[in-house]
Design a protein around this ligand. Sequence first.
Ligand code: BGC
Length: 808
Amino acid sequence: MSPWSLVYDAYDPQAEGLREALCTLGNGYVCTRGAAPDCDADGVHYPGTYVAGLYDRATSRIAGRDVENEDLVNLPNWLPLTFRIEDGPWVRLDDMEILSFRQELDLKSGMLRRDISLRDHEGRTTLWRERRLVSMDDQHIAAIALEIEPQDWSGRMWVRSCIDGGVINDNVARYRALERRHLETLAKSSPEEDTVFLRSRTRQSRLEIVLAARTRLYRGDARCDGERRACPPVQDRLGHEIAVDMREGEAVAIEKIVALHTSDDRAISEHGLEACAAVKRAPRFEAIARAHVLAWARLWDDFDMSIVAPAIPDADMKLRLHAFHLLQSVSEHSIDRDVGVPARGWHGEAYRGHVFWDELFIFPFLNLRRPVITRALLRYRYRRLGAARRHAAQSGYAGALYPWQSGSDGREETQVIHLNPKSGKWKPDASHRQRHIDAAVAYNVWHYYEVTGDHEFMRDYGAEMILEIARFWSSIAQWNAARGRFDIRGVMGPDEFHTAYPGRPPEEEGGLDNNAYTNVMAAYCLHRALDVVDMLPPARRTRLLERLGISDDDLARFDEISRKLFVPFHDGCIISQFEGYERLDELDWDGLRARHGDIQRLDRILDAEGDDPNRYKASKQADVLMLFYLFSAEELTILFERLGIPFRREWIPANIDYYMARTSHGSTLSHVVHSWVLARADRPAALDHLRRGLDADIADIQGGTTREGIHLGAMAGTVDIVQRCLTGLATQGGILHFDPVLPKGLDRIQAILHYRRHRLHLDIDRKRLTVHSEQTTAPPITIAYRGHYREMSPGDTYAFRLVVRGEG
Ligand code: BGC
């Protein structure tokens, strides 16, 4: 494979769903799966189109109760495009003999190509050359250019080009019992002779989506559309059939240019008028493509990185694929919109387009590249601070509690029951108890600030979020007199296999006590809140505290709790995932593996066997180890010191070994964390987890989940391993620290970073770290490598000779 292309050389209906997700095209505003335009949703194909943050709520009757869910809406399909020869059948890939096939996702140009040679039942051969884009330049424009070339026939060809509003949300089999209809068609028309127009509306959120599609045929530069007629009427679907006389060996290009708007768009008068006008003034495909490719070139200038890694096949391509999908999910087009980061991209319907804590794995990559995007995404959280306050109050707490799953208005969207596909049973879902999401929001605000030094953001938005989050932690923490410490009870940590103590059903007395990760993060938030109070300009501080009703006593309580939260340990130096963890049974990992092979989702397996994962020392993903992912050994030592809990950095490897042996990696995020925490202790193992993280979607390591949407956290997280972990990059106290450690099999890293208005070129190999700052007007920064500090002005280049470490 080329370092810039994902290529498939054969058609494989089994893998089509996966490829559709991986070949999704988008621009941060709209994403369309890489589905074949000649096929509808039929079990093999699933042509989904999604606008960032466009949701709709619906109620379903499940297991005797009404269940309300908010879904990312699958929007009208703009792709349908095919042909037929004379009055033969309309061409569908699956009905044809495929003589050759090549599908290429070109990451550099953001273009999807399909080159296919097809033979029909009458033995006629046709070349199908398709290019597709979703414009990164003009967020409302998408286009297909399809060249059809008869190899051994001449005659009349009919082209059929449609838009289809009769779509439902049907991407995720587990959700099929739930309401899947979200759209109604309001109007269909043909505003121009070559254009069709569809107006749809979501049923509950009442957002309008309009599509205008223009289809023209060209032979070279000349239009060659012949007779044109409306497609036979089908409800919610409309389009044109266009005739053209074909000659053997002569290609005809069909150009379908589409404009998509919604009633939520800005800088327009009326979305319907705008879509029609946009498609009318749109140039030909080539001109649209030129602007699109330029927009991508500009992005790659800032987001590309390259590694020499003989131990990771196609390393550069995979890193770029990950950055590519991140930029298709959130981009400059997100900046003016009210959107968060969806856990599964806008690439499919898993998790309904909801926003989780996965931002924690995504923002660091953006912070060092285009922090203005992070700023916009943090504002999604700020706008929902009111909802988070209500959520805290409804749950019996003060301050603000961000929901585990967030959608349109910031209420808790986590479903109350979920289906175990292994057992076919609906089970209560306790994951809303993952209160640690609140700490992730505060951590993200602080880190954005630390990397950028964006005081205005902190003053106007960040401080309020951190203080309200601290207030939540202060109210959930309970004094335990017997212990002389504060407890946090009834929560879940990141490991979703543990929802309650064994034997206790989650709906009765749910959650766990003193999850170590949660408690340390709570202490961190409370401490940060005090820092924030100190750094605010006095007038702003007084006003804010007054407005929030935070008194000196409250601040004193923040301070006290941040020093006295309980963190459980067992076996001397092992941080217990939660209180009582040590009393759980050991799982028979080998036995389970022998019986089931893939045991990543051992929760579902155990549940289907009538057992309960809560009984075992078995985690879905990193939980305690998250602490070593988010904090350096020094930072963690300081946090524990403040808590008055003895903790030695030498204990970290024992903790890693302990939990590694008890984790199934049922979440792709787990590989990111494990690669990170092993990077300095066990470099081969770290590389192995990085490899698995890079393969998570491309090889669909979870066996079927990627077709429902990519895993954005793992995608950004793996790129960030190269960017921050292997380079040893940390931003602390206004200094940019490096401490590279390259595992065997990864020999060089080249990357461009943005830090405090400096554009830095990084080049690292085993011996040398070179940093060059481009010529700009930025004030100097300080960079450091292991106690060697350099003041760096634009134009400077510094090289540090690296301390050679053993090849671990
Ligand atoms: C993981 C969560 C994650 C969510 C969305 C779950 O499988 O356990 O940690 O936030 O997926 O990516």
